[in-house]
Design a protein around this ligand. Structure first.
Ligand code: PEP
Ligand code: MN
Length: 378
């Protein structure tokens, strides 16, 4: 692999990055790999050497300052780690990605020739913190990745993007890393794909990556999440990789051995982003027109259902009866769930769909109750 020559004695302003220009968009999938945290010089050197063997890996990640949920855990090696990373970059040619949570971190990273800084999930939640980082990043020759906030709030995520964007660093991307929930389930930070999809809908030009390691929380689940992310047209993946995961000082259960990373990457299926022959495309267009008609029909039926619910609402109002009728809701729910399942519909979808239908009918009836009697003609 070609080596980057780095003059360790250079000041930030003099150290032009060999990756200036497009780093996040060079190819799909963009793979960022490396340990959760930089622990010592040997771990960084050996992990970087190992992941650099795989030509798919273009960027080496490592946390230098670790945001830990509770104090007392490994909080990162701090600035000395930047020297280990700089040496690893010089040897392997990999670009470097480091998390920043304070302007001092940004300054140190820029001095060390870090190519990508990322704003972590616990920082994205705070507009004050993001604003301070944005100021520190003003005009910097660095790419910035913004992880989603720990709560599924697309506006907060987009807001962080906008703050950083105004400071105009070289490139900006986003990373879906799942959300903190009170309940512990299959995943450590469950993905809510509708949130990054909404982000991508609003800002289609922004590169969206996925961090399946933090979503999964355990090695065995990483591959399936990585594949799902690519199938959602995400540009790439950030995957925690460690030379000896078992003894990692943070996130030991979710880091992959470099050999397992290779296996995972080799198993990924990279699908086309669109159809590439006109005949298939025309066939798909016909099917899409059929979907359009069905959706129109569906909406008309929902509107019809709403007017029937409204009529019932008028009777409830006239007879001073509560809009919510628990027994009836129980009956409707069970009946439709059963019929929907017979039709082959997914039960989670049915639950959401039926709850939404019922909720909107109830809201309409509540509005009727709240409005003056005369306007309802009862
Ligand atoms: C990390 O990438 O190591 C990290 C701390 O991520 P997040 O901000 O997604 O928790
Ligand atoms: Mn981690």
């Amino acid at each position: 692999m070609e080596k980057e020559r780095i003059n360790v004695g250079l000041k930030a302003s003099q150290a032009t990055s060999p990756f200036s220009g497009r780093l996040l968009r060079r190819e799909r999938p963009l793979i960022i790999a490396g340990p959760c945290g930089a622990e010592n010089e040997n771990q960084i050197r050996e992990t970087a050497r190992a992941v650099a063997q795989n030509p798919m890996v273009k960027i080496f990640r490592a946390g230098v300052w670790k945001p830990r949920t509770r104090p007392g855990a490994f909080e990162g090696a701090g600035e000395p780690a930047l020297r280990w990373l700089r040496d690893a970059k010089a040897e392997t040619g990999l670009a470097l990605a480091v998390e920043v949570a304070a302007p001092t971190h940004v300054e140190a990273c820029l001095k060390a020739g870090v190519d990508v800084v990322w704003i972590g999930a616990r920082t994205t939640v705070s507009p004050f913190a993001v604003q301070e980082l944005a100021e520190a990043l003003r005009g910097a020759d660095v790419a910035v990745l913004i992880k989603n906030p720990i709560n599924p709030d697309v506006a907060l995520w987009l807001g962080a993007l906008e703050r950083v964007e105004k400071a105009a660093p070289r490139e900006i991307g986003a990373v879906h890393r799942g959300f903190s929930l009170y309940e512990r389930g299959k995943y450590r930070y469950p993905p809510q794909w509708d949130v990054p999809i909404e982000f991508m809908r609003r800002r289609p030009e922004v590169v969206m990556l996925c961090d399946p390691s933090h979503i999964a929380g355990k090695r065995a689940l990483i591959a399936e999440i990585a594949q799902q992310a690519l199938d959602l047209q995400m540009t790439g993946l950030m995957i925690e990789t460690h030379i000896s995961p078992e003894s990692a000082l943070s996130d030991a259960a979710q880091q992959l051995l470099p050999a397992d990373l290779n296996e995972l990457l080799a198993g990924l299926v990279l699908r086309n982003l669109s159809f590439d022959d006109a005949q298939t495309e025309a066939g798909v267009e016909r099917l899409r027109r059929a979907l359009d008609r069905i959706d129109a029909h569906l909406l008309e039926l929902v509107a019809e259902r709403m007017s029937v619910a409204e009529e019932i609402g008028r009777l409830k109002k006239a007879h001073n009866v509560t809009p919510l009728q628990l027994d009836r809701w129980e009956e409707v729910r069970n009946d439709r769930l059963q019929y929907g399942e017979e039709l082959g519909l997914n039960s989670v979808f049915l639950e959401i769909f039926l709850a939404a239908l019922h909720q909107t009918s109830l809201e309409r009836q509540n509005q009727l109750l709240a409005s003056p009697v005369s306007s309802e003609g009862t």
